[in-house]
Design a protein around this ligand. Structure first.
Ligand SMILES: *Cc1c(COP(=O)(O)O)cnc(C)c1O
Length: 386
């Protein structure tokens, strides 16, 4: 039954998932390995255009393994986008390394090349370059990969592309998530396609992917007697969930189209309102519009972003602020932070003004018009009072 509540990004099944689940049951592959796992890896690698992929229990696990494969150790520094979900940076802490956070730039909301350059210059001066850079593609929008990679390549520091939110997006004709040494996707329940929970590590380095598989299965040495010479994890994806993923992957491009249509409707209906500004789409890219996000200019509209979110909540519509930047998180108090400009932190501005709107690919036009009308009313009420 359809819930009357309009959610931000609920799961959207294709109907073919059960076929793959039934296959798993009929062949008794009820394990974190099996034909669906192999098939999902192969099909996702083909979709993304990488040499290989490793299916994992979460996107967070994929980031963690990428850091392990790059040899991140205690005391190392890892640069990471600040405006993101905490999962981008938690694995840095798992390894006892230190994150340094890089601000966003206004056009993509993603990592600022200027801030990254400053961070590298400082690190070089201190004789302590980072071991890796985690670049996040926020809400489906690709970061400025050319500019960011040029800087990282100059310093010979590898990139992990956190594409958890940008599966199906493209940057200059290539699939998002394939630009770093490693790319990471997530199939958590709220992502553009979902396995309820799951993730994928992609790379063109097949040897590294073999090692990822080894680490993800408790790092068992090739001996019959369960021998171990390094610490591993239990990070593999269930064959049942991989079946869900295979069916979801079949409709990924449709899901991207649906989310882009939803974005276009929002932009068409609300784009004329002065003071509402949608996240731009970088030229030469295809943004999957996982979430439609906008900024609310309180001075112009007389309504604060939180008031808008509350007005939507009154109609049982789920909306949220954008991610709280990691450099503002209590857990990362004291971590280094590099703003876009000396006196300007773009991620702070986006956090103060940003709102994420319901964007699920299964949302009906009628539901979306309810969201749009609620926003129009909330804005007009304020404008007419003042
Ligand atoms: C969802 C998400 C992750 C983590 O993925 P999980 O599969 O939930 O572990 C990492 N980074 C970003 C930016 C995400 O949105």
């Amino acid at each position: 039954m359809q819930s009357p509540r309009i959610l931000l990004s609920p799961p959207h099944m294709s109907g073919r998932e059960k076929k793959y689940i039934n296959d798993a049951f009929e062949t008794n592959w009820i394990a974190p390995l099996g034909p669906n796992v192999d098939g999902f890896e192969k099909e996702l690698a083909e979709y993304a255009g990488t040499r290989g992929a490793v299916a994992l229990s979460s996107g967070t696990a994929a980031i963690h393994l990428a850091l392990r494969l790059l040899g991140i150790n205690k005391g190392d520094t890892v640069f990471c986008s600040s405006l993101t979900f905490i999962a981008s940076a938690n694995p840095i802490v798992y390894e006892g390394a230190e994150p340094a956070f890089i601000d966003s730039e206004p056009d993509t909301w993603n990592m600022s090349p200027a801030a990254l350059q400053k961070a590298f210059a400082d690190a070089e001066k201190a004789g302590r370059l980072p071991k890796a850079v985690i670049v996040v593609n926020l809400y489906g929008q690709s970061a400025r990969m050319d500019e960011l990679l040029a800087i990282c390549n100059h310093y010979r520091v590898p990139v992990i592309e956190d594409a958890a939110e940008s599966l199906g997006s493209q940057y200059k004709g290539r699939k998002s998530g394939t630009f770093g040494t490693f790319g990471v996707f997530s199939f958590n329940g709220n992502k553009i396609i979902t396995t309820s929970g799951g993730g994928m590590l992609v790379s063109n380095d097949e040897e590294a992917l073999r090692k990822a598989r080894f680490l993800a299965t408790q790092a068992r040495d090739p001996a019959p007697h369960y021998q171990h010479s390094t610490t591993g994890y239990n990070y593999r994806l269930s064959n049942i969930l991989a079946g869900v993923g295979r069916a979801q992957l079949e409709v990924l491009d449709e899901r991207v189209e649906a989310r882009r249509t939803i974005f276009a409707r929002y932009a068409g209906e609300l784009g004329q309102i002065e003071g509402l500004e949608f996240m731009p789409e970088l030229e030469g890219t295809v943004h999957n519009r996982w979430l439609t996000t906008l900024t609310v200019d309180q001075k112009q509209l007389g309504i604060a972003p939180m008031e808008l979110i509350e007005a939507l909540e009154e109609e049982s519509i789920e909306a949220r602020p954008v991610w709280k930047p990691l450099h503002l998180q209590p857990i990362f108090k004291g971590a280094a932070y590099y703003p876009h400009e000396k006196e300007r932190s773009v991620s702070d501005e986006l956090f103060a003004n940003g709102v994420c709107l319901p964007s699920g690919s299964g949302m009906t036009e009628e539901q979306q018009m309810k969201v749009i009308d609620t926003i129009k009313k909330a804005v007009n009420r304020k404008v007419s009072i003042s």
